[in-house]
Design a protein around this ligand. Structure first.
Ligand SMILES: [Zn+2]
Length: 283
């Protein structure tokens, strides 16, 4: 009895601490208006992504919508989708701050007919999953010409795939990620993203995700190599990230880590570091 009572008491205390931590996290995020998070896993159920993000002290997150190995996926379990949405509201994650990442298999600009067709089907499937999960944004790599067609032809194919997917699915915004310009991938130059956007019929459903590593590699550094480094440890430097987290135009925009992490400096520590750079947190 005593043990049980003690256990109940400690459980209650545990809950209180958790509630307090959760409250602190929400206050900090609201104060800065910056929604910082990481790419988190979905092993064990898609709702696990929400739980892990809360444990990281994050205000945002990215996730894959299914396996990265298969073109065809099992139908999204309605109970799992409901649980995901419940977890989001329980743990305080607004869908505006959740940025699912498209499958790496997909290449909507592929010169190979079978691959571009499978990619179009997968794009529709992923957007439908987003709407079932109550999500509004969907980020993906535009594609690659594989050196077999011109960049313009590749960009036009991508725009056509987006228009097709928009017709088949409701409301979700397709977000184009800038690339590092490695190999024959397209989207390393902003004018390439512009060409896609110009051809998208519903402009209210197209956006851009700025990958700082890709932009740096494609532009200023010009090495075109896609090499992500931990915050403040790479060539970009910490002061650039201080500017990012204090930039008012990035208020309310999900800011997602795609950093390798090292012992003692994993996602949670890097998120904490970024929040500590926010001037509003020091007021
Ligand atoms: Zn990406």
């Amino acid at each position: 009895m005593m043990a049980a009572a003690r256990k109940r008491k400690s459980e209650a205390l545990g809950d209180e601490t958790e509630d307090e931590e959760r409250g602190d996290r929400r206050r900090k995020i609201r104060k800065t208006n910056k929604y910082i998070g990481a790419h988190v896993g979905i092993q064990g159920g898609i709702w696990k992504a929400v739980e892990s993000s809360a444990a990281l002290g994050a205000g945002a997150f990215a996730l894959f919508l299914g396996s990265q190995r298969s073109w065809k996926r099992p139908v999204l379990d309605p109970a799992a989708a409901d649980r995901f949405q419940e977890k989001c509201s329980e743990l305080g994650f607004d869908p505006a701050h959740i940025l699912p990442h498209g499958s790496y298999l997909m290449n909507c600009g592929s010169p190979k007919d079978d691959v571009s067709e499978k990619s179009r089907v997968l794009l529709v499937d992923e957007l439908s999953r987003c709407s079932r999960l109550g999500l509004r944004l969907y980020n993906f790599h535009p594609g690659s010409s594989l050196g077999a067609i011109t960049t313009q032809q590749c960009l036009d194919k991508i725009a056509a795939a987006i228009n097709h997917a928009h017709q088949q699915t409701p409301a979700v915004v397709t977000v184009l990620e800038n690339m590092s310009g490695q190999g024959s991938t397209v989207g390393g130059r902003f004018c390439e993203l512009r060409r896609i956007i110009d051809r998208v019929r519903d402009r209210s459903r197209v956006g851009v995700c700025l990958d700082t590593c890709h932009a740096f590699a494609a532009g200023k550094l010009g090495c075109n190599l896609d090499r992500h480094e931990d915050i403040g440890k790479g060539n970009i430097g910490l002061s650039a990230f201080r500017d990012v987290v204090n930039e008012p135009r990035l208020d309310g925009v999900p800011l997602i880590l795609e950093t390798p992490g090292r012992p003692g400096f994993q996602d949670a520590e890097q998120i904490e570091l970024l929040y500590s750079l926010c001037e509003k947190n020091k007021e």
